[in-house]
Design a protein around this ligand. Structure first.
Ligand SMILES: [Zn+2]
Length: 298
């Protein structure tokens, strides 16, 4: 079956056609800048992108089983309204019904982006077969997906879970949510980029650039990465205390950093979790496609 998956990120929107029978496979994809447009314009752009992909593949809208949309924020219980997406500047916006107007004969569903990624990893990726698992997506923020009883955990009213906004430091750096000292401020890739810019200069205002400098022997860059891993380890250990996951997967660009990330992280998490357990911590499978694949699997 062919489904469409749309992933709205902080800066870009990705759209893909995904063959979901068996192992999910992207048939065609495209992306365009988000540009903070209002909801009507956003949904028209998404509809054009999906129609363009279908045309390119010689397919019609009637060939689609469903259209899934991921958003970087919390949803209401109906799954129609995006309650808060701070990175998008959207609050209480009925995004799903607006998109559905463009596709009256196709089911349109909406889900939080981290949950979509968790769904993709659970169904066909690094968390396949897990009853209890944790996915953290390291990006502009820190996305959280929790698997409980073999399903993506949704919370009591469909909003859960936002581990990125657990209090982490007292009265410290401001978070996009309006509070200070939230976990994601210290564990998003943005933290590494900000430290790089401050301590190394503008050309290091990027997590990847800081990691490459650390690997090349720059001691300041290495100290930034070490402090970052220390922050992340405290977060993962704390979440392991609550969930006791069979596996922890890390997604987002920085999660594919190899030993410089995973060797110290596994050691610190083992030292800091309540059970002193050696949790399995692995990179997620779907990299940048987790959102569109999760959306298509909805
Ligand atoms: Zn926050």
């Amino acid at each position: 079956m062919l489904n469409a998956g749309i992933d709205i990120g902080g800066t870009n929107i990705k759209a893909a056609l995904v063959e979901v029978s068996g192992d999910p496979r992207i048939v065609a994809k495209t992306s365009f800048p988000f540009g903070h447009m209002p909801c009507g314009e956003l949904c028209s752009s998404i509809a054009r992108a999906v129609e363009g992909l279908l045309k390119e593949q010689g397919r019609a809208i009637s060939d689609l089983g469903s259209i899934g949309l991921t958003v970087p924020g919390s949803l209401d219980q109906s799954g129609d309204v995006l309650l808060h997406a701070y990175n998008m500047g959207y609050h209480n916006v009925a995004v799903r019904p607006e998109l559905a107007k463009h596709f009256p004969d196709t089911p349109v569903k909406m889900i939080n982006d981290a949950k979509a990624a968790a769904l993709a990893e659970l169904k066909a990726g690094a968390l396949k077969g897990c009853k209890a698992a944790l996915l953290l997506t390291i990006g502009t923020g820190l996305g959280t997906g929790i698997i409980l009883d073999g399903k993506v955990f949704n919370g009591g009213t469909g909003r859960g879970c936002e581990a990125g906004h657990l209090p982490f430091r007292d009265g410290d750096l401001p978070c996009t949510c309006g509070r200070k000292g939230c976990l994601e401020v210290y564990t998003a890739a943005t933290w590494i980029a900000n430290q790089g810019r401050t301590l190394l200069g503008e050309e290091y205002a990027d997590a990847k650039a800081v990691r490459e400098a650390a690997l090349a022997g720059n001691s300041t860059a290495k100290a930034i990465i070490d402090e970052y891993v220390d922050n992340l380890a405290t977060a993962v250990a704390g979440l392991c205390n609550v969930i006791d996951p069979e596996r922890v997967a890390l997604g987002g660009g920085f999660s594919y950093s190899g030993d410089i990330l995973y060797v110290p992280l596994r050691k610190l998490v083992a030292e800091r979790n309540f059970y002193k357990a050696e949790y399995e911590i692995v990179p997620a499978r779907f990299r940048n496609d987790a959102g569109v694949i999760g959306a298509a699997l909805l």
